[in-house]
Design a protein around this ligand. Structure first.
Ligand code: NAD
Length: 259
């Protein structure tokens, strides 16, 4: 039977690949994005987040089989605080906004984090501000840092905060019948990644990362959307509170004693 999903960030990259696979198997997909979507909304703004959540409720009053918070920005985007706004607040507020809808169908929610979430040279105070919901404080701190520090802290910090938020909230969601998990992709060839590689501040770090993936080379969006499909489907029905690394063993090589 055809299922109903909603997602953010379905216009390009990983999200577009997922959208196409869901549509190909006959599922309905409600896409929120800043361009090329059924619901056009800017998730960097509280108003856009509200429009996204209201738009999904209006289109799926009988519930959702799943929701994927995929929209995100790379570390090179200006102003850097926009990265916090989309990658953390855009993710958490949309997940909270659709939780009840996913509960109706005892469905699955996937937050798209990153293997950058593990990087440990980022500021703990900034991550704590994100987790405390202090958008103004977190963003103000980011915009005071130098280019590299601001981009790295906003990107890695927001992705770490999303993974921690998922871990902290998954038990409650599970009790309400909702499986909440995060996926942590490694480097994948998308517009986001190409933009960061082309940026002179991030070029060296990104190129080094791209050249040291043990499985050999960057992934493509298809590899990540396959994993997200598994996380949405019944095949993963006992999976809740997980952060799934899909990164060609890069995280394992960098942090072998952490899991
Ligand atoms: P992408 O740039 O192709 O896709 C990002 C999507 O987010 C686009 O559709 C874009 O329009 C949307 N978006 C951006 N700003 C928005 C806003 N303000 N409001 C609404 N939508 C907005 O890049 P991608 O690599 O496919 O990224 C998808 C997710 O995967 C992101 O969360 C990214 O951080 C994450 N990720 C990517 C990689 C990688 O190497 N590409 C690695 C780890 C995690």
């Amino acid at each position: 039977m055809s299922k109903t999903y909603a997602m953010t960030g379905g216009a390009t990259g990983i999200g577009a690949s997922l959208k196409e696979k869901l549509q190909q198997r006959g599922d309905r997909v409600i896409v929120v994005d800043i361009v090329d979507a059924e619901i056009i909304a800017d998730l960097s703004q509280p108003e856009g987040r509200r429009e996204a959540v209201l738009g999904i409720h209006a289109r799926a009053p009988d519930g959702l089989d799943g929701f994927v918070a995929c929209a995100g920005l790379g570390p090179h985007i200006e102003p850097k605080s926009t990265i916090d706004r989309v990658n953390y607040f855009g993710v958490v507020s949309t997940i909270e906004g659709v939780r009840e809808l996913v509960g109706i169908k005892r469905g699955s929610i996937v937050a798209v984090s990153s293997n950058s979430a593990h990087m440990d040279d980022v500021d703990a105070g900034h991550i704590n501000a994100l987790l405390a919901g202090d958008e103004a404080g977190a963003c103000e701190w980011i915009d005071k840092q130098g280019d590299y520090e601001a981009g790295a802290n906003a990107y890695c910090g927001s992705k770490r905060a999303v993974a921690l938020w998922v871990r902290r909230n998954a038990p409650d969601y599970a009790r309400a019948g909702v499986r909440l998990n995060a996926i942590a992709p490694g480097m994948v060839d998308t517009a986001l990644n190409r933009g960061a590689i082309a940026d002179e501040v991030f070029r060296d770090a990104m190129t080094r990362n791209a050249n040291t993936i043990p499985l050999g080379g960057m992934g493509d969006p298809d590899m990540i959307s396959d994993a997200i499909l598994f996380m949405l489907d019944d095949a993963s029905r006992f999976m809740a509170g997980s952060v799934l690394f899909v990164d060609g063993a890069q995280d394992a090589e960098t942090y072998p004693d952490t899991f």
